[in-house]
Ligand binder design. Structure first.
Ligand SMILES: CNC(=O)[C@@H]1CCCN1C(=O)c1ccc(Cl)c(COc2cccc3c(C(F)(F)F)cc(C)nc23)c1Cl
Length: 248
């Protein structure tokens, strides 16, 4: 075709990242759109609020682990990710997978009534009261709100998710230079997509979101540590193994 060699590679990179995102996004946008106004009844909200702290944490951990597993699948199909060493792939997923879960949550979010798709319906922050970490949930909702405001297309979201994941500043990387090279190629892809969509100004905003993500995830890790110290039995026996592998 008429593309110079390098541009063809960028198009192929974008296409494979977008395909991988679509195949691993858990719910299609049309499905979520159709469920948009399915909210929890007073009784259902009461039931969530009368769960104990560790019951609700365990309930959420199952969903978070599920979401993390989809992110692992997504990562495996990012060109260049599989070329990295096993250790570097784990190091990127250990710190980046929760960030991508957070980025993807904007797809589950309804900004009109400030609810997020959880357990088959759309839930407000009050549903998560028994977690006893209102600051974390408020931060998760705020971040989702902020991401929705950018009105990213699925293609832009796919490339941004890959950029968040492949971050050469992560701790304990063996071959930082190689991770940086893959990061650069994804960044070129995202820039290419944004330019094609005539939305160049978005790149700067997306880099600001990446900074917010880091602070949000350190809050999460702190909460996770608090929870596993407070409820060691639940944390060590009930959390699915992948969760322990990634966050322990
Ligand atoms: C269909 N929807 C889904 O699958 C979404 C995507 C990921 C999980 N999930 C939910 O069902 C979901 C949606 C919204 C919220 Cl607020 C929650 C509850 O979120 C959390 C509760 C406890 C700890 C959480 C932590 C902590 F601290 F472990 F790192 C970190 C994140 C980010 N979220 C936590 C959940 Cl589990």
């Amino acid at each position: 075709n008429h593309y110079p060699h390098s541009l063809r590679n960028i198009d192929e990179l974008c296409a494979s990242v977008v395909r991988s995102h679509r195949e691993t996004s858990q719910y299609r946008l049309e499905e979520l759109q159709a469920l948009r106004w399915k909210v929890f009844s007073r009784e259902e909200i009461q039931a969530y609020q009368s769960k104990t702290v560790d019951e609700m944490w365990q309930h959420c951990a199952v969903r978070l682990t599920d979401a993390v597993q989809y992110v692992v699948e997504f990562a495996k199909h990012i060109p260049g990710f599989r070329m990295l060493s096993q250790n570097d792939q784990i190091a990127l997923l250990k710190t980046g997978s929760m960030e991508v879960v957070l980025v993807r949550m904007c797809r589950f979010f309804n900004t009109e009534n400030n609810t997020v798709f959880f357990d088959g319906k759309f839930a407000g922050t009050e549903v998560f009261k028994s977690l006893a970490c209102g600051d974390l949930i408020a931060a998760v909702f705020d971040f989702a709100h902020g991401m929705c405001a950018l009105k990213l297309t699925e293609q832009q979201l796919a490339l941004f998710s890959a950029l968040v994941l492949i971050n050469a500043d992560r701790p304990s990387l063996e071959d930082r230079v190689r991770v940086q090279r893959v990061h650069r190629s994804v960044e070129v892809g995202l820039t290419h997509i944004l330019h094609r969509d005539n939305h160049d100004s978005l790149l700067h905003k997306l880099y600001q979101k990446m900074a917010v993500l880091r602070s949000l995830c350190s809050l999460h890790m702190e909460k996770l540590r608090w929870f596993s110290q407070r409820y060691p039995l639940t944390a060590h026996s009930l959390f699915p193994p992948l969760y322990k592998e990634l966050f322990a």
